[in-house]
Design a binder for this molecule. Structure first.
Ligand code: GRF
Length: 184
């Protein structure tokens, strides 16, 4: 059975959707760069080893990534799943996991990379928005797209209503993709 590690920074609702999906693989650790990430509590309650690698404790990105790498490698995962992990990773780190590191992004990439995607979609006036699961490469939000899900944008949408509609799809899309990858 393949194994995976999930990286989070906060709420962890995508992590939760993965852990609740009964996937054909073993989550061997949930790692957060923030000690107060709410998702850690949920993972620990399910008996999954949780690890904090606090980015504030490191002098620079390289040192943080080295510590993160060590924490991950001790579990030897087949897949490294970014789920709301809000740190930019160094090229060396990403290369180390090339082909087995993936991310979920709240827009239909290549539209709206980076932060504040729902606001950007409303400002641009697009009729359709959504989410993307993609392989992670050294360029931010630009790796090969694996699968996307779309939602309509309504005339009276606010950032919050649109975010909620997209998030609902994220929770379906990510487990769907990870299941396929774990099945090989
Ligand atoms: C999600 O919208 C995800 O697409 C983005 O960050 C958010 C994380 O939410 N990368 P959660 O922590 O999974 O609830």
């Amino acid at each position: 059975m393949k194994s995976y590690v999930i990286l989070i920074s906060g709420r962890g609702s995508n992590m939760r959707s993965l852990l609740e999906a009964n996937l054909p693989g073993r989550c061997v650790a949930v790692i957060s760069n923030r000690p107060d990430a709410a998702g850690l509590v949920f993972a620990a309650a399910r008996g999954i080893p949780t690890v904090v690698v606090d980015h504030k404790a490191f002098e620079n990105r390289e040192a943080f990534d080295a510590a993160l790498l060590e924490a991950i490698e001790s579990h030897q995962p087949d897949l490294l799943i970014l789920a709301g992990f809000m740190r930019l990773l160094t090229e060396a780190f990403v290369r180390r996991f090339e082909g087995r590191i993936l991310n979920i992004h709240p827009s239909l990439l290549p539209a709206f990379p980076g932060l504040h995607t729902h606001k950007a979609a409303l400002t641009a006036g697009v009729p359709v928005h959504g989410c993307t699961v993609h392989w992670v490469t050294p360029s931010l939000d630009a790796g090969p797209i694996i699968l996307q899900a779309s939602v309509p944008v309504h005339a009276d949408d606010t950032e919050d209503t649109l975010a909620a509609r997209v998030l609902e799809q994220e929770h379906l899309l990510y487990p769907k993709v990870v299941r396929k990858l774990l099945e090989g």
